[in-house]
Design a protein around this ligand. Structure first.
Ligand code: GPK
Length: 828
């Protein structure tokens, strides 16, 4: 039931909700009111956390009128909505973005100063919601920001993990994980709605029965269930009055669930049942691109998807809505395979609950979903064992078999007699695993990759049979990043310079950065740009000193590699370059004075169960400790590896970078999005022709990009020939000396075998061909040094990188989705 039970008669009850006055006085009044009434403290006795909480509520109050108005409009106009289904949202801090969206940054700073409070202290108090692993989760956060800013109705659906991505610490150079207790000091940005909870069923069996109409029907008799409690978050558009919703689900035990056990008289067991239910949204799985196939993970996936579909159907549609028309009201965008169980769930709802015939249900379902693939790694493509899936979701497994039967009939009709093809395309792999990417492809109206190269490889290598059957289903949408967070907020000085030069329209129309191109030749502009880069370097130096006790030298080339630790991303190749420099100085091949003063910054988490990745972190830390302590490279080479790289750190680090490391083996990184953030902040890229690097290089021009390494076809060719890393080790004396230096024990207190795992793997396996690209990488780094020596020309290139990469705004990505996939236009 919505609304009051009687007719409101007080004039205020029907007036539009207002926001507090947009003034310093209005702000201070609201802030003190929140501090007193919400935190229950006077200013004089308030803690920093009290003040932060009150500030957050204050800003929330300014957004509230817009949120209510957005929801009222949606209710009234019933536009088509994007239901973005994602198991991850790597949001980053909320306060700065909310202040920006409401144009309150200056007012808040002044108002708080009048209360004797430094806003920077309060900003630092916020713990970011780290509800994602890396690129995929951050992309979801950028997309919902863009949709709100473009006035497109969207609900982001996901999971409110009690513990997000683990907090990384280093103990003697090794990664040690700590739980991420992001909720412990309160969570001022969320609105729980326990009254709107949804029940989700699991387990049990199915039964056939004859319905009232005489037709045979199926009934799922589940064994247990949990409640999904929605927590709403505001997703404010930039200065446009729109506030969309992010709805994250939290799992709770249902009454019935514990009653059953209570009745058995086992109180302790009943309380444990509570915990069992709550476990579902307890923790984010920390594997990036390498799912472990754990049952709890499938529970999470079904949990949030079932909640979200139920929520949309029951609460976003008017009573009596004919679900045959559902595709006119929603597209559910599947962010990778994680939410794909939504496909059989919608079929189940339509057939079992709404009496649809198979063909009707399939027609609706097909038109409601679209699928984005984010990877090419075979191990990242989820396959759920049929026995596990059948135990947890017996009805869904039946429906998947039926979908597969219909689908394979279509394949056999299109390719008569080609049984091998049908076998290859089967959603059920060898009778025992459900290939979720195939299910998504069969069900989706559209299937897209996330950069041009990736979409091409997706068609040609991952899903070739599907693209032969349905060529028109496949499309590309190159990823993007939100310019609000990753330029306007993260690089305030640069933003000011851009505003002063071309006005502020670029924040929502990033291609306008093109207008800066002529200024690359303006010495005055170049000097200002260089000064800002230097300022950003000081800012990160200050932060790392306070945060990690790391001292960054002044005046260095800042060379940054930040991303999840994964062999395909090749942090080890970056490490080989560093060790190679060190080796050449140690052995007297070059003088230390010839080395361009450079600070290499790493930021990276490894999945806790990924041994090779953790060993690589250990090695980086040991190399860093050794080189940083050796006077031989004093003032020339410094390695910084701050622990716990996250969105908050990225926002300070990226604007300080001169050089962006994007060095994955070609054909492995689907897109990358860090690469875009660096270019937009005026770093030059050293990179392979992989993912979106290809498009970055095309846009900025070869002169302003350091390309190296094999191309994807060359990689494929070498792989086909049989790749032998040892032959590179044997043939290249510098490479040999580099690897041998690691094995010599200089980085490990004389222990020659401590890093065998990494070194032997590189010499003998090297699945991602780091040794094959070593020479070319080192040569490209030499070119970097050469170009960096001419600061004026370097700054020119940096400016051109910024001016030419406006294409990578996530606003553009969203326009592409709207045109190519969702077929809807923004609601004005
Ligand atoms: C891809 F498969 C996955 C995954 O599980 N997690 C993840 O972050 C990334 N990704 C890709 O690795 C990036 O290349 C890409 O830019 C990003 O998704 C967003 O599409």
């Amino acid at each position: 039931d919505l609304g009051p039970s009687g007719k409101p008669t007080h004039p205020l009850a029907t007036a539009p909700v207002g926001a507090p006055p947009h003034s310093v006085d209005g702000f201070v009044k609201e802030f003190l009111h929140e501090l007193n009434t919400n935190q229950g403290v006077p200013l004089s006795l308030s803690s920093v956390n009290d003040q932060y909480m009150a500030l957050a509520s204050t800003v929330r109050n300014y957004l509230m009128a817009r949120w209510l108005e957005t929801n009222r409009k949606v209710h009234e106009n019933k536009p088509k909505t994007i239901g973005y289904l994602s198991a991850e949202y790597l949001l980053g801090r909320q306060l700065g973005n909310a202040l920006l969206a409401t144009d309150l940054s200056d007012i808040a700073e002044k108002g708080l100063a009048l209360c004797g409070i430094d806003i920077a202290t309060l900003r630092a108090q916020e713990v970011e919601p780290g509800l994602g692993n890396g690129g995929l989760g951050r992309l979801a956060a950028c997309f919902i920001d863009s949709l709100a800013t473009m006035d497109v109705p969207c609900v982001g659906y996901g999971i409110r993990y009690e513990y997000g991505i683990f907090r990384q610490t280093f103990v003697d150079g090794r990664q040690v994980e700590q739980p991420d207790t992001w909720l412990s000091l309160g969570s001022p940005w969320e609105f729980p709605h326990p009254e709107a909870s949804v029940q989700v069923d699991f387990g049990g069996h199915t039964e056939r029965y004859i319905g009232e109409d005489g037709r045979e029907r199926v009934r799922w008799v589940p064994a247990w269930n949990v409640l999904g409690v929605p927590y709403n978050y505001m997703v404010p558009g930039y200065l446009n009055g729109r506030v969309n919703t992010l709805r994250l689900w939290s799992a709770q035990a249902t009454k019935a669930f514990d009653l059953q056990i209570f009745n058995s008289g086992d109180y302790a067991q009943a309380v444990r049942a509570q915990t069992f239910a709550e476990n579902i949204s307890k923790v984010l799985y920390p594997e990036d691109s390498t799912p472990q196939g754990k049952e709890l993970r499938l529970q999470q996936q079904y949990f949030f998807v079932a909640c979200s579909l139920r929520d949309f159907i029951d609460h976003s549609l008017e009573d009596g809505f004919d679900l045959h028309n559902l595709p006119e009201r929603v597209t559910f965008q599947l962010n990778d395979t994680h939410p794909v169980i939504a496909v059989p769930e919608l079929m189940r709802i339509l057939i079992d609950e709404y009496d649809f015939e198979w063909d009707e249900a399939w027609d609706v379902t097909r038109r409601c979903f679209a699928y984005t693939c984010h990877t090419l790694l075979p191990e990242a493509l989820e396959v759920w064992p049929t026995d596990l899936l059948g135990r947890l979701l017996p009805r869904h497994l039946e429906l998947i078999y039926q979908i597969n039967d219909h689908f394979l009939a279509e394949v056999r009709e299109a390719f008569p007699g080609d049984e091998l093809r049908a076998h290859h395309m089967s959603i059920i792999s060898h009778g025992q695993g459900v290939r979720m990417a195939f299910l998504a492809t069969v069900a989706g109206t559209k299937v897209n990759g996330v950069a041009e190269l990736h979409s091409q490889l997706l068609r040609d290598k991952v899903l070739p049979d599907f693209s032969a059957l349905w060529p028109e289903k496949f499309t590309n949408v190159t990823n993007g990043v939100t310019p609000r967070r990753f330029v306007r907020l993260s690089n305030p000085k640069l933003s000011e310079l851009i505003n002063d030069t071309i006005g502020n329209g670029w924040v929502t129309d990033l291609e306008r950065l093109k207008e800066l191109e002529p200024y690359a030749d303006d010495p005055e502009f170049r000097a200002q740009f260089a000064e800002i880069k230097a300022w950003n370097k000081h800012r990160i130096a200050d932060l790392l000193r306070a945060r990690d006790g790391i001292d960054l030298p002044d005046g260095h080339l800042v060379d940054v590699m930040v991303k999840r630790l994964h062999e395909y991303k090749r942090q080890s190749l970056k490490l080989l370059h560093i060790v190679s420099l060190y080796e050449q100085v140690l052995s007297g091949k070059i003088a230390a004075s010839e080395v361009t003063p450079r600070t290499v910054v790493f930021g990276s988490k490894a999945a806790p169960g990924y041994a090779m990745a953790k060993e690589t972190i250990h090695l980086i830390n040991k190399v860093a400790a050794t080189i940083n302590a050796d006077p031989i490279l004093e003032g020339r080479l410094k390695i910084a590896f701050p622990a716990n790289y996250n969105v908050t750190l990225a926002e300070k680090l990226i604007p300080a970078a001169d050089l962006s490391e994007q060095i994955s083996l070609a054909g492995m990184e689907a897109s990358g999005t860090g690469n875009m953030k660096f270019a937009l902040n005026g770093a030059l890229t050293i990179g392979t022709d992989d993912g979106a690097n290809v498009e970055i290089r095309k846009l900025v021009g070869d002169k302003h990009f350091f390309l190296f390494g094999m191309s994807e076809p060359e990689v494929a060719e070498l792989g086909a020939q049989g790749y032998n890393p040892h032959s590179y080790y044997d043939a290249n004396p510098q490479l040999k000396a580099t690897l041998d230096l690691i094995s010599s024990g200089v980085f490990s207190n004389g222990d020659r075998h401590l890093f065998d795992m990494v070194v032997e793997n590189l010499k003998n396996q090297d699945r991602f061909m780091a040794l094959a690209d070593f020479d070319s990488y080192v040569a490209a780094q030499a070119k970097v040094e050469e170009r960096y020596a001419d600061q004026d020309s370097w700054m020119r290139s940096a400016i051109l990188n910024m001016a030419r990469t406006g294409y990578f705004s996530s606003d553009r990505s969203m326009r592409d989705y709207l045109q190519r996939i969702w077929h809807t236009t923004p609601m004005l």
